[in-house]
Design a protein around this ligand. Structure first.
Ligand SMILES: [Zn+2]
Length: 147
């Protein structure tokens, strides 16, 4: 039991450390965050004799984001391009950090469950009480995952 529980404690401490690191990047974020994706669009304008009809397409920067289930695009003027690209990248990193925090929190709970399972003692010895349902459920999920 000793070796297993010390491994679990170690894993818990490491998970906590990772969480702290991610949290620091979240706390350091000053914004602004911009939702969506930043990209470029090349197109033909339709004006007769324009350079785009000879293959020199017009290029413009756009920000694309979902609004109420629909994708919307807005033109980004050249003077805003750098700022918008940075904001979009900051938003992407922020969301990534959030996902990481969710995963780490789940991992911590799983490790706490496993630690209490490892520490749980049957009592009385001749006819022990069954383990709590919560652990049984955890065991079933683990079995399903390994199948
Ligand atoms: Zn044109």
């Amino acid at each position: 039991m000793g070796e297993k529980t010390s491994r679990l404690r170690q894993a818990l401490a490491e998970t906590q450390e990772s969480e702290q690191q991610v949290l620091e990047t979240v706390l350091a974020e000053q914004g602004p965050l911009l939702r969506g994706t930043f990209g470029r669009r090349r197109r033909v304008c339709g004006t007769a004799g324009c350079r785009c009809t000879k293959g020199e397409l017009h290029e413009s920067a756009i920000l694309t984001a979902g609004v109420e289930g629909r994708m919307r695009q807005v033109h980004v003027p050249a003077c805003d391009e750098a700022r918008v690209a940075e904001g979009v990248e900051r938003y992407r990193r922020f969301r990534q950090a959030k996902t990481k925090l969710i995963d780490l929190a789940k991992r911590k709970i799983m490790l706490v469950d496993r630690l209490s399972q490892a520490l749980l003692a049957p009592y009385p010895k001749d006819r022990p009480l069954p383990p709590p349902k919560r652990f049984l459920r955890g065991e079933r999920q683990k079995r399903r995952r390994s199948e």
